[in-house]
Design a protein around this ligand. Structure first.
Ligand SMILES: Nc1ncnc2c1ncn2[C@@H]1O[C@H](COP(=O)(O)OP(=O)(O)O)[C@@H](O)[C@H]1O
Ligand SMILES: [Mg+2]
Length: 270
């Protein structure tokens, strides 16, 4: 699958205490790779939940391939998306293979809950295929406590990808890892993205990670937060990092937030 067309218009998200995200307009073509960067507490996870249909918008809407998937008082569904949470959230009593199979057995209607039911057999086979692809063929029957942090994240990504959804949402996938492992996994993830065509949306506070993995970087800032600028990553990566950093710094230090399409952005994106 080449990925879903994802749009958001006038998207505002928040909680009882007040709005967190406001006025987000987004138009992603199938196969696009976009990263949102923002300081801690800006609302990155909140935005990702909104795009995933896990949190109903306060206003505006999200649509996947033209169908509204989240709107206030309307539908709020996650069938278009596969979501990888910030922590791997593996069940300690299940093996790597069982953990990787988990989402697929839950998300698809199982004929029965028996261990040898066709859906579970299918999910376990899919899990094995992905774990072998991810270099974990020798750890299929290992338990989470026997795996390193980087291995756990790879199992979590396998669990996400076997859902076969056209939109993959990653919430700071490597934030909890040491710097060397994180660097290795960032390069590894880029290769995985090449092999698994989908519309990929990543949120991170790590600008280099964003530039490495995405074609476009959106900077989130303000309170409530909105998109303060876009940076294209094609071409000179160091330049893209510097531009993103400048935009982010402006939002964090309370400097005038640059307009979308301001001079920081090499070409207007939306
Ligand atoms: N479930 C929730 N209920 C109430 N407030 C929340 C909830 N989740 C996050 N928030 C608040 O929303 C703001 C943005 O949080 P979050 O989206 O987690 O930011 P980030 O992912 O950028 O660190 C924070 O002020 C946080 O306290
Ligand atoms: Mg977060």
């Amino acid at each position: 699958m080449a990925g879903v067309r994802l749009t958001a218009s006038g998207l505002a998200l928040g909680y009882a205490a007040g709005p967190v995200i406001t006025g987000v307009d987004l138009s992603l073509a199938p196969g696009d790779r976009v990263a949102f960067v923002g300081a801690s507490g800006t609302g990155k996870t909140t935005l990702l939940h909104g795009l995933a249909g896990l949190l109903a918008p306060q206003s505006g809407e999200v649509a996947a391939d033209g169908a509204v998937v989240a709107s206030p008082g309307g539908p709020c569904t996650s069938r278009h998306a596969a979501y990888m949470f910030q922590r791997p959230l593996l069940l300690p009593w299940k093996t790597a293979r069982e953990n990787a199979a988990l989402a697929a057995t839950v998300a698809r209607p199982a004929p029965d809950r028996h261990a040898t039911s066709p859906i579970e057999r299918w999910a376990l086979a899919q899990a094995e295929e992905h774990l072998v692809e991810f270099g974990l063929g020798d750890f299929l029957d290992a338990y989470p406590h026997e795996l390193s942090g980087g291995m756990c994240q790879r199992v979590a990504l396998a669990r996400t990808l076997i859902l076969g959804r056209g939109l993959v949402l990653l919430d700071e996938p490597f934030a909890s890892l040491d710097v060397l492992t994180r660097g290795d996994l960032q390069v590894w993830l880029r290769e995985v993205m090449d092999r698994h065509p989908a519309t990929w949306v990543l949120v991170t506070h790590d600008i280099r990670e964003a530039v490495l993995l995405a074609d476009r970087v959106a900077v989130l800032g303000g309170r409530p937060a909105g998109i303060t600028g876009w940076v294209e990553t094609a071409g000179d990566a160091a330049q893209a990092v510097a531009e993103s950093e400048g935009l982010l710094r402006a939002t964090v230090t309370g400097g005038a937030a640059p307009r979308v399409g301001a001079t920081h952005t090499r070409r207007p994106v939306l």
